[in-house]
Write a new protein. Structure first.
Length: 411
């Protein structure tokens, strides 16, 4: 256990009443031999604290040993800090023995984990083997794994494999998998690949997929193979998200083309939009027979910026489905801004369909184009469409729109 000296004052002072005791009333509730013994404990513990903070390890070990001999309520904490000081003094064997004394005398002590961590640190710097599987506490298992990973990676990977195949909690397995991911060795990466392929633990499988994505392009072929052979939608969605991390638009498009689940196709389209992969989105739009999927592609193009606006413009000009065309018109106003106003105005003027005209009005409103809306309103003879335009202008807070509102009031 490594603790910086300036932090030890606060740590040790808070420990003077032992772990789990946080108030004067709690201290009084503990059995104490006598007031004088408690006072002496407090004094010795405080002196031991000062000695540790000043790096006087031998003095600290002696002072905490005297606290232990008092058999008071601070004996458990004193045993740990005695072991800590002995290790710092260069006496690791004594520290191990002191921790064994704590374990024997106080088998349920809250200080046992602290001593366990200290033992792992000591063994990590010695020839004594660290055995992660032998630790009962999960946090200590992970400390042991990290320690052995620095000494003998092959042994650490074998230990991790035992944990992953064992009966430990999912949390322990996920954290062990994270330790494994820190290694760049082929053995470690192959093991992560095996877990990503396996279906025995879906939660762990998804975690492994995310870890593969962090490796970048070198993992995409493996991820694609897992996608092709998986029937689990959760796993497939995780792989689609991984393609976003690895910047693999072609793999996303490939997955969408081979997929029968509309929700996964929509997820792929959404990721393609976030990547600005307009070529792939346009190709998918042309190939798709599903209005639901096409609608998602139209929505995804908003995130693709100006290039997405270009594709939306093409859809507006060529799409025969009126509902899809209207959605593309509205989205054009969001993604294209004022620069695409001429196309929206042209759409309004060259279509007789009322709903299409309303969509063009909404697009101009979303583009913040009050000028063209005022122009259209002044020339519109249809009261329904004129009301639609005025309604949009009334909430734009634009000087030109406000001037037109005043002009209407004067009529």
């Amino acid at each position: 256990m490594k603790t910086t000296p300036f932090f030890l004052i606060a740590v040790l002072t808070s420990c003077m009443v032992g772990p789990g005791v946080h108030s004067a009333e709690a201290v009084k509730s503990q059995p104490v031999a006598s007031a004088s013994v408690a006072d002496k404990d407090a004094t010795l513990y405080s002196e031991g604290t000062r000695a540790i903070n000043e790096g006087r390890w031998a003095d600290a070990a002696g002072l905490f040993n005297k606290v232990v001999q008092q058999h008071g309520q601070r004996a458990e904490g004193a045993l740990y800090w005695k072991a800590y000081a002995e290790n710092k003094e260069g006496q690791p064997a004594r520290a191990i023995n002191t921790c064994a004394e704590l374990r024997h005398a106080f088998p349920k002590s809250e200080w046992l984990n602290e001593c366990g961590a200290l033992e792992i640190e000591i063994r990590g710097h010695s020839a004594q083997p660290v055995q992660p599987q032998a630790e009962q506490d999960e946090d200590l298992k992970l400390l042991a794994l990290n320690a052995i990973m620095q000494q003998d990676e092959a042994r650490a990977i074998a230990a991790i494999q035992q944990i992953l195949n064992g009966n430990g909690s999912d949390k322990l397995k996920e954290r062990a998998l994270f330790v494994l991911s820190q290694s760049n060795s082929k053995q470690a990466q192959d093991l992560i690949g095996q877990i990503a392929r396996g279906g025995s633990n879906p939660t762990l499988q998804v975690k492994a997929i995310h870890m593969l994505s962090i490796r970048g392009k070198q993992s995409v072929d493996l991820l694609a193979d897992i996608y092709r052979h998986s029937s689990d939608d959760t796993v497939k969605k995780a792989i689609l998200q991984s393609y976003l991390v690895t910047e693999s638009p072609d793999k996303l498009a490939e997955a969408a083309r081979s997929e029968s689940n509309p929700q996964l196709i929509k997820a792929a389209a959404q990721s393609l939009g976030a990547m600005g992969a307009t070529a792939q989105l346009q190709a998918l739009y042309k190939e798709s027979k599903s209005a639901e999927v096409k609608e998602q592609i139209i929505n995804s193009l908003i995130a693709a910026g100006p290039k997405g606006a270009e594709v939306l413009g093409t859809i507006v000009a060529t799409e025969q489905d009126p509902d899809l065309r209207r959605r593309a018109i509205r989205n054009l106003g969001i993604s294209g801004g004022p620069g695409l106003a001429p196309q929206l105005v042209s759409t309004y003027q060259n279509n007789k369909d009322t709903d299409t005209k309303k969509a063009a009005v909404e697009g101009l409103f979303l583009a913040g184009d009050a000028h063209d809306l005022v122009t259209l309103a002044k020339g519109e003879k249809d009261p329904v469409l004129k009301e639609k335009i005025v309604q949009q202008l009334s909430i734009m807070h634009n000087p030109e729109a406000t001037a037109y509102m005043l002009e209407i009031l004067k009529q």
